[in-house]
Design a protein around this ligand. Sequence first.
Ligand code: ARG
Ligand code: ASP
Length: 696
Amino acid sequence: MKYLKFLLCFVIIQVSAQQGGMWIPSLLEGMNEDEMQALGSEMTAKDIYDVNNSSLKDAIGHFNGGCTSEIISSKGLVLTNHHCGYGEIQSHSSLENDYLKHGFWAMRLEDELPNDDLFIEFIVRIEDVTAQVLNGMTASMTEKDKQSLITKNSNAIQKLVKKESWQDSKIKPFYKGNKYFMFITERFEDIRLVGAPPSSIGKFGSDTDNWVWPRHTGDFSLFRIYANKDNRPAKYSKENVPYKPKHYLPISLDGVEEGDFTLVFGFPGRTNEYLPAVALAHITQDYNPSNIAIREAALKVIDTKMKSSDAIRIKYASKQARIANAWKKWIGENLGIAKSDAVNQRIQFEDSFKKALKAKGLENKYGHILPEFDRLYKDFASVHKERRNFIEVFFVTNELMELTYRAYQMETTILKDPKNTDKAKATFSNHLKRIHKNYDITVDREVHKVVMPFIGQQPDISMYSNSALVNLDSAEDLLKTNDKKLLKALNKDAAYQYAKPIIEHFMTVTNTMYIKKNEPISALQTQYMTALMEALPDARYFPDANSTLRVTYGQVRGYTPRDAVYYNPITYLDGVMEKYVPGDYEFDVPEKLRRLHNTKDYGQYADANGQLPICFLGTNHTTGGNSGSPAIDAKGNLIGLNFDRVWEGTMSDINYDPEICRNIMVDLRYVLFIIEKYGGANHLIEEMDLVHPKKK
Ligand code: ARG
Ligand code: ASP
């Protein structure tokens, strides 16, 4: 008996040590369920994902394809991050109604603000369709034939699948194409803005604190899903009513302490955890640094201009945040990879893989993979970098260059078939409107000057005084003529003349070469995944993130970023005040929040010591796209809102290390405190289901 107890204890320790991974919600029974329970969960796999009964997954929505959101009331109230709703908050903002600066609270349903093109998508069910997708595939087929077979099979499966008329389906590869899953989805398109704190709360600490712990950001915003009278997805209409969800998350008022179980449920975008060492080295020593440099140059211009004018600040807020976010992340990623000696560790891992191949007699089958990676990457590195640098200039930083690219797409479409002229013009016109909505020529001209040299081009700022594209009206005037005149005028335009040869080189040389050289690498990566699972079958493999619904779990935990330093996993409002710098664009604190802090007016949201918690850390394996994901406690209640990761662990997309990789969540009590005590939006709190799972 004693022996058995000892053994059990050992098993539990073994299991609880296993963390990391983003798991497919329909496959949690077995290992994941055991691990979760060993970490403290009281939920079953079916509580999280069930097809026949409502379950947690019914409350989790993909927010605009890039973030995650969750339903928190029976009236379709939705919570996501401030930085996820940022574009919408910005688009309703003006100098008179500056919601970015002052926040926004709809006091009645009628005040909730509709948003063009915003959608939230839910997963109805997930099916393993690997056998059907790979049906007919043989080893001797070329990559191209394999891909077209996969497309053909996938289309056939989706044609036959049983679903309701308002539902959609999609099929996605997992484990580098070793498995395929189909998702039946429901997309809601009438999503209205309900509330947002001022940026001094929702983006407190801004770029300085971004990707950093200790953190004090109230990174949340509120939306509401509207449905038609049958409770089905519908386009915006005044007649639509608040959506009645299958499930919404109750909210725990009891908070977390170190060691508590946490589950993060959401739509992680992209990870690459099974790269060979040669790829890790290329990305962090060559590829990242070049892209960091381009963004850094652009940011210097944009930041200065934003500080000089409120109008520019509003126009460029969203764009600046996007550019700065990845810029800082890549720097952290490089530092983390270097500090943890990840490239050498990966080489050591590859040695054990090679040994396993030998021991299992698999050398003939798979022995070629690693040397082949080395050879292919040597050849691929420069074009990979060159292609991305072009993208950074033409799509991320220099807006006039993006417009020339869109014009080039229009021209190509028209030349291919003049019948498509109207469609091509309309697409171009949409791009014009999107870019000019938040355009400042003085910013873009300076950006042009500093970024072009990174792709080996001499900048030419004279076109900013000559081109029709820098102004919405003159650009749209171009479109008023017929196709021949349009193309003629376009080809006489100064900016277009400047950019067209650069774009043509990109399309015909760089991009073509990239596709050619990338294809054998991704095919080899598929084989490598198969080989790993065969040679080292006892390792714990999770599929890389691919913007599909995933579960990741862990515990609330601090970490040791460097020798002799330990970071506690919870921050408090006192810490906001420690960081307060009056008038600073990153660390100012609104007067009302200072008052609430002075009077300790925290209502029901303080912890047992009378402190107001702000953020906490967990060992959940997350990535971009997990922003806005709910952090759920052992019983299925909402306790936090995921929004970031810690600086020392930003490498987790390519090298997850459970020792130092942590996700950052806002404590839901801070969210509720801001809604009620700061925003005065008590009616929203009343809609929610507040619970005390820790109090008996
Ligand atoms: N780093 C977080 C994420 O990747 C938060 C970004 C938003 N905040 C910001 N200061 N840009 O999305
Ligand atoms: N902040 C990220 C997001 O927007 C989350 C992360 O990268 O950890 O999804």
